[in-house]
Ligand binder design. Structure first.
Ligand code: NAD
Length: 439
């Protein structure tokens, strides 16, 4: 039976390497559509959790996940032994940067090397990790071809970037279009065929490099636009009298040619903070300066410092020294309604405040029970009336939907709101310092 037939009859066995925010939802999607799906992860805790029916990614629907595990359609393992028996293998491993902000594709290299040890004729390998143009053909392909098998002839290889937006209820794995660039036409066709089994729309492009570059464009687009509104928010604060949030709302009424982006304490997560640096690094090889990327990074990465300075300014106006001032940080996840704290600007602000001498910092986050800052372990404290009343400053860094902002404003003495989370609060607005409101 050909791979096409195995796919269309759901007999294809699908492997997913890396069972994190990207890999687990993908594996669940295939398993729930009837494909035998095997997840591979080096983290034994994740492997055990899946096999025991315990999910650890909030976005994955509990019932769907449980059904996949119970039916045996979804299993996980901590090694690559099963690769030989798989028809298609997705690679969804991390692509972080080094301390000097250069690409670290070692996880991809490791995964590709392990897969190559079991590679056989007829298999389809799909890289999903976000990376710089050329990774699929110049790094992954040679590793797989070292086996003597040839892409296009013996096996198939494609790059298909992930667009999942954790916490987004409207756009999910199943309804977000997926871009696919195969090394050969056949590679693209097969990847489209497989992807069509779980998503409504596939978008084939002419090469892996196009797909790699378009993913970076998506994330650089966000980074640049967020930097733009952050810069204008700071200008509004400097000028006084112009509220940047109202400006964005007004501009958003234009039905074409404008898309709203909002100011904030900085960017975080595993994507828009990191990915632009992948392209900046590559561009240097061509004596090319990616000025937009650099400027956006500079602006966005300066936002935690700006927020820290607002906190210091406001506390300096109170009869309490910074060292003793109780600073309550609300929300340490990098964005609302998720538990992901990777590169969170909130943690950066806490770290900067700590470095400047603040010693009474506490936080609450309904999604994040503990957090590490400057080598210190912090625990989320219950958000109570007395906590709010006893805090000298309440800093809103992540606008989780579950927070009762009326309650927060009612009981706090001073609120610094970096997300306009308190926009609907009517009473007590005089206590709110809003980033970018030009007050
Ligand atoms: N998180 C997102 O919202 C998002 C969105 C789009 C794209 N991406 C991209 O997807 C990729 C994965 O991101 P993520 O957020 O899912 O990461 P993650 O850290 O949540 O998950 C990665 C998983 O891979 C495992 N792993 C690492 N090396 C491995 C190896 N050699 N073999 C097997 N397993 C291995 C880790 O244990 C971890 O469970 C990254 O390139 C990221 O940029 C992420």
């Amino acid at each position: 039976m050909t791979l096409e037939q195995r796919i269309s009859t759901k007999q294809a066995r699908v492997g997913v390497v890396g069972l994190g925010y990207v890999g687990l939802p993908l594996a669940v999607e295939f398993a729930s559509r009837g494909f035998e799906t095997i997840g591979i992860d080096l983290d034994q805790e994740k492997v055990h959790a899946i096999n025991a029916g315990r999910k650890y990614i909030a976005d994955v629907e509990e019932r769907k996940f449980a059904a996949c595990v119970k039916s045996g359609k979804l299993t996980a393992r901590g090694d690559y032994e099963c690769v030989n028996s798989l028809d298609a293998v997705y690679i969804c491993v991390p692509t972080p940067f080094t301390p000097h902000k250069e690409p670290d594709i070692s996880y991809i290299i490791h995964a590709a090397t392990e897969i190559s040890k079991k590679l056989r004729k007829g298999q389809l390998i799909i890289l999903k990790s976000t990376t710089f143009p050329g990774t699929t053909e110049e790094y992954v392909q040679p590793i797989l071809e070292k086996t003597g098998l040839k892409v296009g002839r013996d096996f198939h290889l494609a790059f298909s970037p992930e667009r999942i937006d954790p916490g987004n209820k409207k756009w999910t794995t199943a309804n977000t279009p997926v871009v696919i660039g195969g090394v050969t036409k056949k590679c693209t066709e097969l990847t489209c065929k497989l992807t069509e089994q779980i998503v409504a729309t596939v978008v084939p492009v002419s090469s892996p490099k196009i797909a790699e570059m378009e993913k970076l464009l998506e994330n650089i687009f966000r980074s640049v636009n967020i930097a733009l509104v952050n810069e204008l928010a700071r200008l509004c604060d400097r000028m006084g009298g112009i509220n940047m949030w109202e400006v964005v709302e007004a501009a958003s009424t234009k039905p074409f040619g404008f898309m709203p982006f909002y100011p904030g304490p900085g960017i975080g997560g595993h994507c828009i903070l990191i990915d632009p640096y992948y392209l900046e690094w590559l561009a240097r090889k061509y004596d090319f300066q990616t000025n937009f990327i650099a400027l956006a990074a500079e602006t966005n990465e300066s936002m935690p410092f700006y927020v820290k300075d607002i906190v210091l300014r406001e506390i300096s106006m109170r009869p309490v020294p910074l060292r003793n001032a109780k600073i309550l940080v609300l929300g340490v996840a990098f964005k609302k309604d998720v538990d992901d704290t990777r590169h969170s600007p909130a943690l950066r602000v806490m770290e900067l405040l700590h470095m400047d001498g603040a010693r009474n910092i506490v936080y609450n986050d309904p999604f994040v029970p503990t957090a590490q800052i400057d080598g210190l372990e912090f625990k989320s404290v219950p958000l109570t009336k007395s906590l709010l009343r006893s805090s000298d400053c309440v800093l809103i860094t992540t606008d989780h939907s579950s927070y009762d902002y009326d309650f927060i404003v009612q009981h706090a003495k001073l609120i610094i709101d970096t997300r306009n989370a308190t926009k609907h609060v009517k009473e007590g607005r005089e206590k709110i310092v809003l980033l970018g409101d030009g007050r």
